[in-house]
Design a protein around this ligand. Structure first.
Ligand SMILES: [Zn+2]
Length: 381
């Protein structure tokens, strides 16, 4: 099996660290708003991919996090005059409800950042002892100049990194930093914000360190696959590499980086800030779970695409036709007949669009194949 590794920008042969076992981590949501189709594309793609790995007899240890303490949650809680914990739990429940509707299986470990604060403090302390992190007025920063590989994942130069980190919520102009790219590991408590005791005083973790800590705690020093949306490559995943490899002294921390492309709508990337969101909760009212999964998997996970209602309608029609054919024609054909073709597509960087074409072509002729392959990709028939 080959998968495309963002780190090397190449399709590589997949070989797990441990025979027949795959350790995988996928960055989860920050729960302060509802699930849009961009999220669904990420989690349905990984759900289908993990089902495929399991069909190949891999045992899969899958961890996904919830960033349940974050600037956005605190801001929203303040705006709505709600308790930040209740707000986070409310949106986490909504998210899980949407994913359940989409037949996405739960990870082995579904973990909240606030459940790993001890591990976070331990790692930040270790980085400080190694003089790779420094404290300034209750904040602790990672000293990026000490990590020579910083920028290797994103392939950005320093100027680009500064610009993009600013767009994504960092503050390169923070006067406490030695270097504009240094990122925050621990931040001092501001006002009445929730805070934890630490060797640097009361505060809360930075965003990137949360994932490094949860990966180490639940999966170990090195993992096979790290996934997430493509917008997480920089600075989030770049910074995870720096923290984790500095802490464990093991490299590479991640063997294969898999990133899911963005979904566009009305000509732009679907995003909260632009407001051009297609919500799963709205689609649910008119389209079936299988139809939404069909639409998502008809796009290769690395290819950006634009949501279009006519394509959504088409997916619904196709699914209805398939459901009807499978009901009518229960055991026709042999699944083995087309299996090598299916395998050749899925083992080539998980090419689901080609497999859906194959399934469509087999309808009415080989329903045994259609049923078995739809099952592997997580459709519910
Ligand atoms: Zn993450």
């Amino acid at each position: 099996m080959k998968i495309y590794n963002t780190l090397t920008r190449k399709k590589e042969d997949f070989k797990s660290l441990e025979d027949k076992k795959v350790r995988i981590y996928v960055c989860g949501i920050t729960p302060y708003d509802t699930t849009h189709l961009g999220h669904a594309f990420v989690y349905v793609s990984f759900d289908a991919f993990i089902r495929y790995l399991k069909s190949k007899d891999y045992s899969v240890d899958y961890t996904q996090n919830v960033t349940d303490i974050d600037d956005d949650i605190l801001r929203k809680a303040k705006e709505e005059n709600k308790n930040w914990k209740n707000l986070g739990q409310f949106w986490t429940d909504k998210f899980l409800e949407d994913l359940k509707f989409l037949n996405v299986a739960m990870p082995n470990h579904y973990v909240k950042a606030t459940g790993s604060v001890d591990k976070i403090i331990e790692i930040v302390g270790d980085l400080q002892n190694k003089e790779l992190a420094y404290e300034r007025k209750g904040n602790v920063y990672y000293d990026v100049k000490k990590f020579k590989k910083y920028g290797e994942l994103s392939k950005y130069n320093e100027e680009q990194m500064i610009l993009i980190s600013k767009e994504r919520g960092a503050d390169p102009e923070d006067p406490l930093k030695k270097d504009p790219l240094d990122f925050i590991l621990w931040q001092k408590q501001k006002g009445g914000e929730p805070a934890w005791e630490s060797p640097w005083g009361k505060g809360r973790p930075g965003w990137h360190i949360e994932c490094s800590a949860m990966i180490n705690k639940f999966l170990g020093d090195r993992i096979d696959i790290h996934g997430g949306g493509r917008d997480l490559i920089f600075p989030h995943h770049e910074s995870e590499i720096a923290q984790s490899e500095s802490y464990t002294q093991e490299e590479p921390f991640v063997k294969y980086w898999m990133h899911i492309s963005m979904v566009m709508y009305e000509g732009e990337k679907m995003s909260k800030s632009l407001g051009n969101l297609i919500m799963v909760s709205d689609l649910k009212k008119n389209y079936s779970s299988n139809a939404i999964r069909w639409l998502l998997l008809s796009h290769h996970y690395r290819e950006p695409w634009e949501f279009d209602y006519s394509e959504m309608d088409e997916a619904q029609e196709k699914i209805k036709k398939i459901e009807k054919a499978l009901r009518k024609n229960k055991e026709a054909g042999s699944p083995d007949l087309l299996w090598s073709e299916l395998e050749s597509f899925l083992s080539d960087d998980f090419n689901t669009p080609r497999v859906l074409e194959l399934i469509e072509a087999s309808i009415g002729k080989n329903s045994s194949f259609a049923r078995k392959s739809l099952n592997i990709l997580g459709f519910n028939f």
